[in-house]
Every structure is written in structure tokens, then in C-alpha cells.
Design a protein around this ligand. Structure first.
Ligand code: 4AD
Ligand code: MG
Length: 420
């Protein structure tokens, strides 16, 4: 007899299911077991010849159960399995996770907490997000391209680089795929990736990881406005796919699905300078040339329900590769800001003027010789091109309504945590 997934069993069937003991209560002549598998939970009742085996079980023991499914209004899912056979695969030791434990404790036992309904729901949504990213790009004619993790270049400035000893030389863990992607577009034109990026973030916040999954795209012949359209379509596709595939999980996580349903193009757009005006009306004075911090992004998002594009930032607060706007103090760069999380995407049209990039890198005191190969991408048939990067965990944090980005990934890496 084949095993059934718990979500597929129906009253009237005789089934064989397997999973882990989620709840366990022993009565005088009946044992209640709530069994959990990856698809859901169901109550099982054990009497008579199976009683003794069922009584011995402990939370998280792995078991195989056979029995008849019957309707029962009192059971958590409206049905229960009358146990006729039970096989203990492994009797679990006393499970260290009980009710009401601190978040810090739960992170110390993350390898066990991953089985919770909370983490499982998030990981299901996360899996859908990855799927939707691949689906969007592949059905729009993009090739998947991989870049090295070990590099000599800073893409996003020198302050957040992880140093690695590379046969006695200094190398860094990649902050981004972008610079290598800018070399590959001459062969493939439209490319994307999903890969880990590394940032030595020396601050403790609810939206920074040291290792995160970064989905980036780069396209030849693409200008600023078209790049923004790709970002808008991608994010909408992810959110709508998650609603379609994971409504149950999103509801359990307390997401406002009605709000997410509105996440469809077009998203509102506003320039950096307009942001400063808006914030001023809220009593927040950000001097021109200062980057927006989390509190400012949050204040800004009180005015918007959908994600918001902020464009045309001052050149000095953005990366060296961003193309200058008509006003050369500004760049054709954009951030996409999501409610309660803040920046989920950063992108731009790319500068093709090697001198401008060199001047900017010199200001940042970066060794120019490491970028010679990169400047070659502007020497042989340069074309207008654009791209962006999206933090996958920030997207998961936003659509799952999570307090911290640490819950958007299986094993978070932060300044304070590399175990387990
Ligand atoms: O804005 P960033 O630094 O842009 C780049 O890396 C560009 N090279 C991307 C490109 O144009 N191809 O990072 C892009 C996104 C951010 O918007 C944010 O969502 C995420 O990556 N991100 C982080 N997510 C989690 N933890 C961190 N420490 C992050 N740093 C950036
Ligand atoms: Mg950014």
C-alpha cells in the first residue's frame, strides 16, 4: 500500500501515512496523536491493540500509521484517522523546544526549529519565490549566468568586504554578480542569476544578513525606464505567484493578502529630491546628499501601499557604475522600497564613460588596476545597458510579514551568528 500525503487523505479511505508526532495526549483508553508531514497535520486516535505503542510515543518521534479516515468535527482538520496499525520508526529523545521560548533560544536550535509550522510555512513561500524568479526570467528570454564567488573587486564599495586568504594573496567574497554580468551581456544580451552575495555588515538590524541570496539581472540595449519595468513585472509576478501557490501559508503567517493582491504594475515613482520634500512635510529633515536610512524609508512608506520606486539619487551616495543623469550631480539609479522592509531592489542604467568611473573609484581609494578588465567592457562595442539586484530574503520578509530577515532564510548568517 502506497503512503498518502496528509493533505490528500479523505474521510472514507483506508490509508497509510508517515510523519512526526506533533502533539501527543494520553487518555484512559485512547491516545490522541497529531501527526505532521510536509503537507499538513491530522489527528489520529489509537485504542485497543495499538494503545500501548501509541502511549509510549514522544513529541517528534517518527511513525508510520495505518487506519480508516473518518469525519470528526472536533478534530483540528475536521477528520481523524482511527489507528489500526502503528510502527515506531524512531522514538525521539525529549524534544528541547517547548512553548514560549525566546527567539534567541529558537535560533540556537534552528536546526530543530526549522520543523515548526512557522518556519515550514516561510520556507514554502521562499521556495515559491525562487521558482517565480526563474520562471519570470526564463519565460522572458533571459539566460541564467553564474559569476565567481572569489573575486578581487569591490562592486558595492570597500566597507563591507569579507577578506579571504587566496594562496597568500587577498581575495574577497563576492558582493554582487554584476561586474562579471556586464562582460557576459555582449554574448548573451539578457541574463540573470540567483546566487549568494556576501556583505560584512557591521551593524545589527532586522534587514541585514552577512550572506544573502541575490537575484540580479543585466541586459544589453536596455535603458533606465525599461529596467524599472522589468523590476516591476518581476516583483508583481513573484507576489501573485506566492498568493496563488501559498495562500494558506501566507494567511497562517498573518500577511495581509488583500494588500499583496494590489501589487501589480505600475508602481508609483518618485525622485530622491521629491522624497526629501515629502519627508520635510513629515518633520524629517534629510540634507541633500544624505542616503535614506531605515527610519526615513519607513516614514516614506506610510504614504504608499504598493512598493515605491525612488529614482535619481545624488551621484556620491550611489555606486561608481551608475550612469549620470542629465543633471550630472544625479544618477540614473533606482531603489525599490517595499512596505515595512525598505529597499528590496537596487539598480541602474550603467555608465559607459571610463574616465567618470575612474574618478569616482579614485575618490573611494580603490586600486584601479583590479578594474582594468572591467573597463574593457566599455572598449569593444559598448552599448547602453542596465540591471538590478534584488535581495531574496527581503522579499520573503516583506511578503511573509516577518519581523526580522533572519527568519527568511534557513540558517541565518549575521555579525552575531554563524552557528548552527
Ligand atoms: O543595492 P545593492 O548593494 O546593489 C548591488 O549589489 C548591485 N550590484 C545590484 C545590481 O545592480 N546588479 O544590493 C541589491 C539588493 C538590495 O536592494 C537589498 O535588497 C539586497 O540586495 N541586500 C541585502 N539583503 C540582505 N542583507 C544584506 N546585507 C543586503 N545588502 C543588500
Ligand atoms: Mg542599494
Amino acid at each position: 500500500m502506497e503512503f498518502k500525503k496528509i493533505c490528500d487523505i479523505k474521510p472514507g479511505e483506508h490509508v497509510k501515512i508517515r510523519g512526526w508526532v506533533y502533539r501527543h495526549r494520553v487518555g484512559k483508553d485512547v491516545v490522541f496523536i497529531v501527526l505532521r508531514d510536509s503537507s499538513g497535520i491530522v489527528q489520529c486516535t489509537s485504542k485497543g491493540k495499538t494503545y500501548n505503542t501509541a502511549e509510549e510515543l514522544s513529541i517528534e518521534s517518527s511513525v508510520i500509521i495505518e487506519g480508516d479516515v473518518v469525519e470528526d468535527k472536533r478534530a483540528p482538520t475536521g477528520m481523524e484517522v482511527k489507528v489500526s496499525g502503528i510502527e515506531v520508526v524512531h522514538k525521539a529523545e525529549r524534544f528541547p523546544i517547548t512553548k514560549d521560548q525566546s527567539k534567541e533560544f529558537l535560533r540556537n536550535v534552528r536546526h530543530l526549529w526549522l520543523r515548526s509550522q512557522y518556519m515550514t510555512n516561510i520556507m514554502k513561500v521562499r521556495s515559491t519565490v525562487f521558482d517565480a524568479i526563474h520562471d519570470y526570467y526564463r519565460s522572458n528570454g533571459y539566460y541564467e549566468f553564474q559569476s565567481p564567488i572569489l573575486t578581487t573587486n569591490a562592486c558595492e564599495g570597500g566597507t563591507t568586504l569579507f577578506k579571504v586568504d587566496y594562496y597568500g594573496k587577498v581575495a574577497y567574497l563576492a558582493q554582487s554578480w554584476q561586474l562579471y554580468a556586464e562582460a557576459m551581456i555582449f554574448g548573451l544580451e539578457k541574463i540573470y542569476t540567483i546566487a549568494p552575495s556576501f556583505r560584512a555588515e557591521k551593524s545589527r538590524t532586522v534587514r541585514h544578513l552577512s550572506e544573502y541570496w541575490h537575484s540580479e539581472m543585466e541586459a544589453a540595449w536596455m535603458e533606465f525606464d525599461d529596467c524599472i519595468k522589468v523590476a516591476e513585472e518581476l516583483v508583481s509576478h513573484i507576489v501573485q505567484t506566492a498568493i496563488k501557490k501559498n495562500k494558506k501559508e501566507l494567511e497562517a503567517l498573518g500577511t495581509d493578502i488583500g494588500k499583496l493582491e494590489k501589487v501589480k504594475p505600475p508602481f508609483p515613482r518618485i525622485t530622491y529630491e521629491e522624497v526629501l520634500e515629502l519627508l520635510k512635510e513629515d518633520g524629517l529633515n534629510v540634507p541633500w546628499g544624505k542616503d535614506l536610512r531605515t527610519i526615513e524609508e519607513q516614514a516614506l512608506m506610510k504614504h504608499y501601499e504598493k512598493p515605491l520606486f525612488v529614482t535619481h539619487y545624488p551621484e556620491e551616495i550611489k555606486a561608481f557604475y551608475m550612469k549620470r543623469a542629465e543633471n550630472p550631480k544625479l544618477v540614473l539609479g533606482f531603489d525599490l522600497i517595499a512596505p515595512h522592509v525598505g529597499e528590496i531592489i537596487g539598480g541602474s542604467e550603467r555608465e559607459n564613460n571610463i574616465e567618470l568611473m575612474k574618478q569616482r573609484l579614485k575618490k573611494d581609494k580603490v586600486p584601479l588596476e583590479n578594474y582594468e578588465w572591467y573597463f574593457d567592457t566599455r572598449r569593444y562595442g559598448a552599448v547602453p545597458h542596465s540591471g538590478f539586484g534584488m535581495g531574496v530574503e527581503r522579499v520573503v520578509q516583506w511578503i511573509c510579514n516577518l519581523e526580522t530577515i533572519q527568519d527568511a532564510i534557513g540558517f541565518p548568517r549575521t555579525m552575531d551568528r554563524i552557528y548552527p
